[in-house]
Every structure is written in structure tokens, then in C-alpha cells.
Design a protein around this ligand. Structure first.
Ligand SMILES: [Zn+2]
Length: 107
């Protein structure tokens, strides 16, 4: 298991194994900016898919790096949690950010 490195500007991801010697600052080979570590299961949109990249950017900038997000609800007096799907468009992303902000990495 490793992480994906993502450059939001170039809309690229790189599948590289985690290298413990180089710290957490990975530079994009194309533009030289620091890349963002993403979980392996993150599936990057097509390079030309503006809406989906806008969605990814919005989520990442608000502390949602495609970690698991849970929806907690009470059914018959018992609390259960279910994993929540990530939104696919900016409008849903804004609602998602509001709704799950207590689970973001920003707090
Ligand atoms: Zn780049």
C-alpha cells in the first residue's frame, strides 16, 4: 500500500510508493509545486473533466482528502455509521463540506 501524489495544477496523479526518507514534501515533476498525498483508492478524474477537478480541489482545500467520512444515525435507539460517498460536482461538494466539516482535516 502506498499513497498517490496529486498535483491539482497539472491535474496529475503519481503512483509512487511511500518513501520514508524524503519527508512529506513531494514536488510535482512538471511544475515543481508541492503535491498532495491522496489515499490509494482515490480515482482522479479525466484531465479534461473541469467540473470533477473543481470538485476535487474544493474538497481538498476544505480538508477532505478522500479520507473515509461517516454518516451517523440512530436507528431503533442504536447509533450506526455508514461510509459516505464523495460528491461528484461542485454544488454537492459545497453541501458535503458543510455537512461533514467536523470530520475534515482542518479542525
Ligand atoms: Zn504540477
Amino acid at each position: 500500500m502506498g499513497h498517490k501524489k496529486m498535483c491539482l495544477d497539472c491535474r496529475k496523479t503519481f503512483n509512487r510508493e511511500f518513501d520514508p526518507g524524503s519527508g512529506h514534501d513531494y514536488k510535482c515533476p512538471d511544475c515543481g509545486k508541492s503535491m498532495i498525498l491522496m489515499p490509494h483508492r482515490f480515482r482522479p478524474p479525466k484531465r479534461t473533466d473541469d467540473k470533477k477537478w473543481e470538485t476535487v480541489k474544493l474538497l481538498v482545500e476544505n480538508g477532505f482528502k478522500y479520507q473515509h467520512i461517516y454518516n451517523y444515525k440512530e436507528i431503533d435507539g442504536k447509533w450506526t455509521s455508514e461510509s459516505v460517498e464523495y460528491p461528484e460536482n461542485p454544488k454537492d461538494a459545497k453541501e458535503f463540506i458543510q455537512k461533514y466539516k467536523n470530520q475534515s482535516f482542518n479542525i
